[in-house]
Design a protein around this ligand. Structure first.
Ligand code: SF4
Length: 374
């Protein structure tokens, strides 16, 4: 089992990677058993890095990575998440396969990674395995991050592990019922841990090397004493990778009840290793531009293209993947996956693409909150 005690991955924008961080990243990728792509994918990788180096504002390289949101519905109510806080301005729904097929038709040869999660619980999209299978057939490394706090049949678990998924990250922030639900509100520790064990058993039963099963534990003041217990439990059930990450305790980021603000203010861990200000890549150095746009794109469940993987609001959309997979919208050139304008001024310098796409362009299936339907 790999245990990452030092926080090495955070939700904050990272500085250009040092060689050691790059090395760590490629070790992580190696754990996910990548397959060789067509040479044009590597040429595109060089082009993206060259454009990043030059700081060009008219990006010709195609994205190396897509953050694709299968759904913005979630059964939990985590108080630091806009979905948990119910402050999302986007209609709730699940992505549908044809839109993703079209997207892969345009980008699949160049893509190395697809993350199937952003603003909801990906397993609530009951077709998520089909999305993964499709991406895997294009030799794309796929990853899901899930709370696993939902009832799953044995058949569903087998479908997930047999889909070709490279990594499944399970967000389990604690090692007991007493702490887990303090942040993962409405979550059930026993259900999550039981599902985690069943995932590992299914993978063994089917004789599969993938997906890498990762337990991710956000460290708060109320659960840091459980780190040794989590390590022992992970070894006991055969978790392959266990990571401890600092939580981004920004109670002013989204509208939050005053009672929660006071509570969150008490959640800072005592151990400096798990305080966000000490996390790798997080310091006060001002940055003139963000490198994310040179390599990546984010697509919402409804086919809208977000300006950044950290923005969820409709007002930040670049445009929409059209019904036939074409890019369209108010800033047509900027929203095309292959040709992206890069906002140079700041992470949110989006004045040239500020108009939102029409609601009538939704391609997904609006849904209610019904985890029992999984
Ligand atoms: S499980 Fe994830 S998507 Fe759901 S409320 Fe928590 S942080 Fe948000």
């Amino acid at each position: 089992m790999t245990i990452a005690k030092l926080p090495h991955e955070t939700a904050v924008p990272a500085k250009p990677r040092s060689l050691s961080r790059l090395g760590a990243r490629y070790k992580e990728i190696a754990l996910m058993s990548p397959r060789l792509k067509h040479p044009k994918a590597y040429f595109n990788w060089l082009r993206a890095n060259w454009e990043l180096l030059l700081g060009t504002s008219d990006v010709k390289a195609r994205p190396l990575k897509i953050t694709f949101d299968p759904t913005n519905v979630c059964q939990l109510r985590c108080p630091l998440c806009p979905t948990g806080l119910e402050v999302q301005d986007r209609e709730q729904g699940h992505a549908r396969l044809p839109m993703f097929e079209k997207l892969l038709g345009e980008l699949g040869d160049h893509l190395f990674f697809v993350d199937f999660f952003n603003w909801g619980e990906p397993l609530l999209n009951t077709h998520i395995e089909d999305f993964v299978r499709l991406a895997a057939s294009r030799k794309i490394i796929t990853r899901i991050s899930t709370s696993l706090s939902l009832p799953l049949t044995d058949e569903r678990i087998e479908r997930i592990v047999a889909s070709g998924l490279n990594e499944i990250v399970v967000s389990l922030d604690g090692a007991s019922n007493a702490t887990y639900g303090l942040y993962r509100r409405r979550g059930n520790f026993d259900l999550v841990f039981g599902n985690l064990r069943r995932l590992i058993e299914a993978k063994r039963r089917l004789g599969l090397k993938r997906p890498l099963v990762t337990w991710q534990l956000l460290v708060f003041g109320f659960n840091e004493h459980e780190i040794p217990r989590a390590e022992a439990m992970a070894v006991d059930i055969g978790v392959e990778k266990l990571i401890f990450l600092p939580a981004f305790l920004d109670e002013g980021r989204y509208p939050m009840p005053e009672s929660d603000k006071s509570l969150v203010a008490t959640w800072k861990p005592k151990n400096p290793l798990y305080q966000i200000e000490n996390a790798s890549g997080n310091d006060a150095t001002p940055r003139s531009r963000c490198g994310w746009h040179y390599m990546s794109a984010a697509v919402n469940w409804d086919g809208t293209v977000a300006s950044c993987c950290t923005t969820f609001s409709k007002q930040d959309d670049f445009g929409t993947i059209g019904p036939s997979g074409e890019s369209c919208g108010p800033a047509e050139r900027a929203c095309q996956p292959g040709v992206r304008k890069v906002p140079n001024a700041s992470h949110h310098g989006l004045s040239q693409v500020s108009e939102s796409p029409s609601d009538s362009l939704h391609h997904g299936q609006p849904v209610g909150m019904d985890p029992a339907a999984v």
